[in-house]
Write a protein of this length. Structure first.
Length: 372
């Protein structure tokens, strides 16, 4: 491997974080980790998490560094693992390679690690440092962090609306509220997400694909998120595109749904999941539990309004992404992004913290985390 000179010491962890982002498309349910090995101010090895069952970031970097790892410093975005899983513990490999110092951005929250990896390294005489770019590293693995502590997927609510808060006209026309660059942004997100969820009304009205594609006009990516349709009455049309595209589609329904319709949808390729009902809708808490049991660590919800209403009322959303298009739709009967009962007082409204605003093409993207 050719050696790469890096001018600033502070760039090493940033480089590791950039590498970790490359792992988001295939690492799940493992964390997305990046590692950089530096000796005499030169990067001698680097890597990022490979698909489950393959090498972790630290091992990829050590293999590149070879003998140059002895006496070197490793920068890694997450505490190295210290237990035998699908692969041997990374701490053992780091110790055997002769690494002298390890900088970790954050401690691994998994009970199998959670400080033990750091302790193992220190016990072998390796100096450790924790905390460089901590907030960035936590955001990069926010789904893994929630999943390891709760067993539930990280829920990202995403929708696009006009300046006056509408997601469609009074006739239901909604293509396209957001601009081309925003839609490209969403496709990039889909490639990093384990599952996408919508309500049956969205399927009936828009017949979306809900796939990860290489750009707006590109082909389907090899790895597709699980498509989840919340459909208490099994009303999904058997001809819906989500049932006839690469990847898997799960339809979450209830015992009240017509058995003949369930059978038709199953024959069309859907996995039918029967869950308890909550009011007139599928119990979404029960659905999230099932997804967690299947090691779905990240879930992006793309509609519709009834699903969002139920999710917010039950405090099941972790993060919100809203694309605001510079248009005015108007109309009392035009669709809103969130329905349900709503709150009686502003003090009861869902609040976002750590908000961020950026422009994506002509649209404005506002993101934030739901305050608990």
């Amino acid at each position: 491997m050719s050696q790469v000179a890096t001018p600033k010491r502070t760039d090493y962890m940033q480089r590791a974080l950039s590498l970790a982002r490359l792992a988001l498309v295939h690492a799940s349910p493992n964390p997305a980790v990046g590692a950089v090995i530096v000796k005499d101010d030169v990067i001698v090895g680097e890597g990022y998490t490979q698909p489950p069952g393959s090498n972790h970031a630290e091992i990829v970097a050590l293999q590149q560094a070879e003998d140059k790892a002895r006496g070197a410093t490793m920068y890694v975005t997450l505490e190295p693992c210290c237990h035998q899983g699908r692969t041997p513990p990374c701490t053992r490999a780091i110790i055997e390679a002769g690494i002298a110092e390890v900088h970790m951005s954050i401690i691994d929250p998994s009970l199998k690690v959670c400080g033990r990896g750091k302790a193992d390294l220190e016990g072998a005489g390796i100096r450790t440092t924790v905390g460089e770019h901590e907030e960035v590293a936590q955001e990069l693995n926010e789904a893994y962090i929630k999943f390891t502590s709760t067993g539930l997927p990280f829920v990202l609510g995403k929708f696009a609306m006009s300046l006056d808060g509408k997601i469609a006209t009074r006739t239901g026309d909604s293509k396209w509220i957001s601009g081309e660059q925003s839609r490209r942004y969403v496709h990039s997100l889909r490639s990093q997400i384990d599952a996408i969820m919508v309500g049956v009304e969205t399927i009936i009205r828009d017949d979306p694909q809900l796939t990860a594609r290489a750009g707006l006009d590109g082909g389907q990516l090899e790895k597709q998120p699980l498509r989840v349709v919340v459909d208490s009455g099994a009303r999904t049309p058997p001809s819906a595109r989500v049932l006839h595209l690469p990847g898997k589609t799960m339809i979450a329904t209830t015992g009240d749904a017509d058995s003949a319709r369930k059978k038709v949808l199953e024959e069309a390729g859907a996995e039918m999941l029967e869950l308890p009902s909550k009011g007139t809708m599928v119990d979404l808490q029960a659905l999230l539990k099932v997804l967690g049991e299947r090691q779905i660590i990240s879930l992006m919800v793309e509609g519709g309004a009834a699903v969002f209403g139920s999710l917010f009322e039950q405090s099941l959303v972790d993060k919100v992404l809203v694309f605001i298009a510079p248009i005015i739709i108007g109309g009392e009967q035009a669709k809103n992004p969130v329905e349900g009962k709503g709150v009686e007082k502003l003090s009861q409204a869902t609040s976002l913290i750590r908000t961020r605003m950026e422009t994506v093409g002509n649209d404005i993207l506002i993101s934030g985390y739901v305050a608990r």
